[in-house]
Every structure is written in structure tokens, then in C-alpha cells.
Design a protein around this ligand. Sequence first.
Ligand code: GDP
Ligand code: MG
Length: 175
Amino acid sequence: HHNEDKIDYVFKVVVIGDSAVGKTQVLSRFAKNEFCFDSKSTIGVEFQTRTVSMQSKVVKAQIWDTAGQERYRAVTSAYYRGALGAMLVYDITKRQTFDHVARWVEELRAHADSSIVIMLIGNKADLVDSRAVPTEDAVEFAERQGLFFSETSALSGHNVESAFFKLLQEIFDMV
Ligand code: GDP
Ligand code: MG
């Protein structure tokens, strides 16, 4: 439990990607260690926070979640403003959500700061029998675009912490 007075850095991170890939659940897993089976998509933008210690500094991650806008391609530049990191999420069982990743990268390049750290996340890795996106395809894409990459499961929690910590560490090393 951290004292609010002792926060050294606040890092804004945005979560983006197609609807229903698990953005909100990945974020809730990281921020609250929760997975909600009957969550409803809400309208409007919200953020969740988690405060972590990094190299004897206290870092508050303020992680913004789109809610609904992804369906209408209505994420505005205000959402990206001041963001130091982005979690770009697709669903490993839905090929289309991976095919759209390039568009989301374009969105980031157009609206976010050029130094933004991007982590590509293949979520729902627990659904092994429904996999539609080979890991190698994503590794290759990430390497070509200069993104970090991880496959996660918000359901089991697999790799969620390590992906966020990697992103926060990369941001920390820049500031
Ligand atoms: P969002 O629209 O991208 O915010 O997606 P949600 O977080 O609302 O999740 C969409 C649906 O996928 C919900 O039914 C979740 O329960 C489910 N879901 C999210 N993450 C996972 C996961 O890691 N594994 C599985 N099996 N289902 C997930
Ligand atoms: Mg959501």
C-alpha cells in the first residue's frame, strides 16, 4: 500500500484494440487482480490505476480504457494525449482482430507521441483449441513494427503482470 504523497511518476497508458478482445478484462486483471465473467461494455472513457515500485521509485500507472468507441473508430486524440505507453490488444482466436492491428498502429502513429512505447498483446491464450493467429505471425509483425509482444490470458492471469511490468519498465528507462 503506497502513500499518495510519495508518488514519483504518473505514467499514462492507453489500452486499444478491437471490441471484445478482452481489453477491459486485461486491465482489471492488472489493476485489481480480477476477472469479471458478466461484465458489460460501458460507454465513455475510464481509467484504472495501480501503483508499483520500480528501482526505489513509486510509479502510478494510470491506464485508460476505451469503452464502446472502438466499434465506431471514435477514439479521439484526447485519449492518446500524454500517453507514454500503449497496450494494443487482439484476440488470438479472432483473426480479424489481428488483421486490424496495423490500423491501430497507424492510429497511434497519427495521434500519440512518437516516443510512445507499444506492447502488442495476443489475449485469450487460454483458448488453445480455438487459436486462429499463430504466435510466429505476431512475433514477426511486432519485430517489423518495433513493438514489444506478449500473449496473455486475462482469465487465468497468465503473462498479464509481466506484460504491464515490461511496458512500465521501458517507459521508466526513457523518463
Ligand atoms: P473489450 O471489449 O476489449 O474490453 O473486451 P472485454 O474485456 O469486455 O472482454 C470481452 C469478452 O471476452 C468477455 O466475455 C470476457 O469475459 C472475454 N475474455 C476477456 N479476456 C479473456 C481471456 O483471457 N480468456 C477468455 N477465455 N475470455 C476472455
Ligand atoms: Mg471494454
